[in-house]
Design a protein around this ligand. Structure first.
Ligand SMILES: Cc1cc2nc3c(=O)[nH]c(=O)nc-3n(C[C@H](O)[C@H](O)[C@H](O)COP(=O)(O)OP(=O)(O)OC[C@H]3O[C@@H](n4cnc5c(N)ncnc54)[C@H](O)[C@@H]3O)c2cc1C
Length: 345
């Protein structure tokens, strides 16, 4: 019997195993690989109106089921284009399928700065605005000028300004119900050139660079971030994980004061609006979960916020552990932990 190809079946969808950084087994039945914007009308026509679909970059922030029945668009668009450049800044459009860390390296080498603190985050450029990736005191939204999307409701390309994207901590329009009908095609960054560039060194791990701020270069910040991340976070190629499994809970000043009476060493960071961000890893550690396993999965021994798939666990194992951790944190601190990756289980 001949092997069925997209041509012979007259469908642009394939069945495909979805590699993911949590190493969960996942077979998707209908996958469309988007590697050229000219294929968008074909994709639009192939999706049944009203039927749900999923968009995947590199699956580094997903908890996937063993079988994904929805139609899946795998974003593989490539390209980097300089829109405008002068002595102090550059406007660059990067296609959604470009690997994030490679783009950070390219920008650094070209003298376009502002992304150094976001080095070594796995994933694609197109996924970065979705949860407004952030690390070491910087969020990607600070450097975004606009985002180009394919709007499945309109069947057309639209350009969304930074304000349109409604960025907040680990949030954006793309996480809201209507935003999930938008496929990000490219992201336009406004980056700074030296000497206009200013380092962001507020995060504790970068404080030692701050002592010598006049000598700090973008390369030094990049190197420091890469080295700290390599030391603190398990490499998903060796120990499957999705980075932080929970968001840092944002609470009121009164909650922090009350908790500090019982836990004087509570870790909390004051936010610009007066609220406080608690360190979820600290809460999890205090509940005794750091380095502890539940079946095939566990919380990492160096970073309690990172859930690892130690021994070929399944999505159900991941969710059972997440649930146990959430319950313990709620019971001990009265604080709700929200899951950070997208759970499609
Ligand atoms: C070791 C490790 C460390 C990490 N550290 C950080 C960190 O420091 N900070 C941080 O913020 N995150 C971190 N993450 C999480 C992850 O890297 C980011 O969320 C990343 O942006 C996900 O990219 P992706 O291409 O893998 O997206 P996926 O996991 O494929 O998708 C994530 C979400 O984005 C949507 N999506 C993807 N591409 C598109 C597109 N083109 N258009 C519309 N929607 C799209 C998906 O539908 C899904 O909802 C880490 C993950 C790992 C494994």
């Amino acid at each position: 019997m001949p092997i069925q190809t997209p041509e012979s079946s007259k469908t642009p969808f394939f069945a495909k195993t979805i590699p993911n950084t949590l190493a969960l087994p996942c077979q998707a039945e209908h996958v469309f690989v988007l590697d050229d914007e000219s294929a968008l009308p074909v994709l639009q026509a192939a999706l049944v109106p009203g039927e749900s679909y999923k968009v995947i970059g590199s699956a580094s922030n997903l908890v996937l089921p063993s079988h994904l029945h929805d139609r899946v668009v795998l974003v593989a668009l490539e390209g980097i284009e300089v829109i405008q450049e002068d002595a102090t800044s550059a406007l660059i459009t990067v296609a959604a399928g470009q690997p994030w860390h490679e783009w950070v390296q390219t920008a650094l080498a070209a003298g376009w700065h502002g992304l150094e603190n976001l080095a070594l985050i796995p994933g694609t450029v197109g996924a970065a605005p979705v949860q407004n990736i952030g690390a070491y005191g910087v969020e990607v939204s600070q450097n975004i000028e606009y985002v180009r999307v394919w709007d499945f409701d309109a069947g057309a390309i639209r350009q969304l300004s930074r304000q349109d994207c409604q960025f907040a901590y680990r949030k954006s329009l793309f996480k809201q119900p209507h935003g999930q009908r938008l496929l990000i095609l490219s992201v336009c960054f406004r980056l700074t050139k030296r000497p206009a560039w200013r380092p962001v060194l507020s995060y504790p791990d970068l404080k030692e660079l701050a002592a010598d701020e006049a000598q700090v270069t973008p390369q030094r910040v990049f190197d420091r971030v890469v080295s700290v991340r390599r030391h603190k976070l398990p490499d998903p190629m060796e120990i499957p994980n999705v980075g932080s499994f929970f968001k840092n809970p944002v609470v009121t000043q009164a909650t922090v004061e009350s908790l500090r009476q019982r836990y004087p060493d509570l870790v909390a960071y004051r936010q610009a609006d007066g609220s406080q961000k608690l360190a979820a890893g600290w809460l999890i550690d205090k509940c005794g979960w750091k380095g502890r396993r539940l079946g095939a999965v566990g919380m990492h021994h160096r970073q309690a916020l990172v859930l690892i798939n130690a021994e070929n666990g399944q999505a159900a194992d991941v969710l059972a552990l997440a649930d146990a951790v959430q319950k313990d944190v709620l019971e001990m601190f009265g604080v709700t932990l929200d899951v950070e990756p997208n759970c499609w289980v």
